[in-house]
Design a protein around this ligand. Structure first.
Ligand SMILES: NC(=O)C1=CN([C@@H]2O[C@H](COP(=O)(O)OP(=O)(O)OC[C@H]3O[C@@H](n4cnc5c(N)ncnc54)[C@H](O)[C@@H]3O)[C@@H](O)[C@H]2O)C=CC1
Ligand SMILES: O=C(CO)COP(=O)(O)O
Length: 325
């Protein structure tokens, strides 16, 4: 059994994954930013901000990370902060992240570098022992121990693979050795979840919904076919499962953003809300990446146009229907 796992990020995913793996590690340390969350975990076994009703297992402790030496005991470190924060978090941890297994949970693409999170982490730490975890995994459902599937993106190091299987043994797992493709699935599905929310704000019957869902998945597959080295990626949890979950279920923040923008409940700049809307940050990078690979992705452009205020949903949807008919 792994003795100590560090989880950077005391938000929804950090807390949920800490609870999920806590039966498979001696100790889990959540590294948070806010002292009151750290105190509530240590004194009361609750993260009162994110899961007020959930009793965390007693081997979950929390700390504010002041120093890279705080990570010294961790054999494995999971990074569960929004993608916009990954570079600075990893940079601040510095050589505290060398010589241990690193796992990223963040679903984002850096702009303008077009780097995925594992690429950023490798660049900042020089550590090649990185894996990613991605799939249809709403944090609250993980926290409460419901069944979920996930794809582990990992290279061919047998020891890192075995560690991932042990640590995430609560999940139904599949694997891919194309880490970048697994990460890009997580980025793309967020963009198409926003798009589906926008579409559903205009067209609300079942045929319309599933027609658009199909169009989105087709575009996502065209993209992945051009960049993925894993020919089986399309049926893995990170792809089909996570796309469907996020695009169909109102619990998703990305889908909800699309619905709210479509219904004119929020206008840009919604990013200042502080809510983690990953797809809205990534869409520009996805369009640029598609351009570099000479791929046409009209639905992603529709999402970008609406989010950037260059078009309203009704006009963009009409254009899209005419274009794809
Ligand atoms: N919530 C979910 O259902 C899932 C989330 N993810 C991914 O996990 C990542 C994190 O998302 P959530 O946990 O949902 O977001 P969240 O908004 O619930 O929590 C983010 C946490 O990160 C902390 N944080 C931000 N900057 C930080 C920094 N510089 N240092 C330390 N902590 C920092 C915030 O204080 C907050 O507690 C995202 O990329 C998301 O796409 C992946 C699967 C499921
Ligand atoms: O990635 C997720 C589930 O797998 C969570 O999606 P949202 O960020 O849209 O809530």
């Amino acid at each position: 059994m792994i003795s100590t796992v560090g989880v950077i990020g005391a938000g929804s995913m950090g807390t949920a994954v800490a609870q999920s793996i806590s039966g498979r590690a001696g100790e889990v340390i959540i590294f948070g930013r806010r002292q009151e969350i750290v105190d509530s975990i240590n004194h009361d076994n609750h993260n009162t901000m994110y899961f007020p009703g959930l009793r965390l297992r007693p081997n979950i402790r929390a700390r504010v990370m002041n120093d890279r030496r705080d990570l010294a005991d961790c054999e494995v470190v999971i990074i569960a902060v929004p993608s916009s924060e990954v570079r600075s978090v990893v940079n601040a941890a510095g050589d505290g992240l060398a010589d241990r297994y690193l796992i990223t949970m963040a679903k984002g693409l850096e702009y303008p570098s077009l780097k995925t999170m594992s690429e950023i982490i490798r660049e900042e730490t020089g550590n090649p022992d990185i894996a990613c975890f991605s799939g249809p995994t709403f944090a609250d459902e993980i926290a409460y121990g419901h069944i979920a599937g996930a794809t582990i993106g990992v290279g061919d190091d047998p020891s890192l693979r075995a560690t991932m299987s042990d640590l995430f043994g609560e999940f139904i797992l599949d694997f891919s050795d194309d880490i970048r493709a697994v990460e890009l699935c997580g980025v793309l599905k967020n963009v198409y979840a926003i798009g589906t929310g926008m579409w559903d704000s205009v067209y609300s019957n079942h045929n319309e919904h599933y027609t658009f869902l199909n169009m989105c998945y087709k575009e996502m597959c065209i993209f992945l076919r051009a960049i993925s080295l894993d020919e089986g990626i399309f049926t893995k949890f990170c792809c089909f499962g996570d796309f469907n979950l996020t695009a169909n279920v109102d619990k998703s923040r990305n889908r909800t953003l699309g619905l709210m923008v479509g219904k004119k409940i929020v206008k840009t700049p919604y990013l200042e809300s502080g809510v983690t809307f990953e797809g809205s940050r990534s869409v520009k990078g996805i369009i640029e990446l598609a351009k570099n690979h000479d791929i046409d992705i009209p639905i992603a452009r529709f999402v970008y146009d609406v989010l950037s205020g260059n078009n309203n949903v009704r006009i963009s949807v009409d254009t899209l229907v005419r274009r794809t008919a």
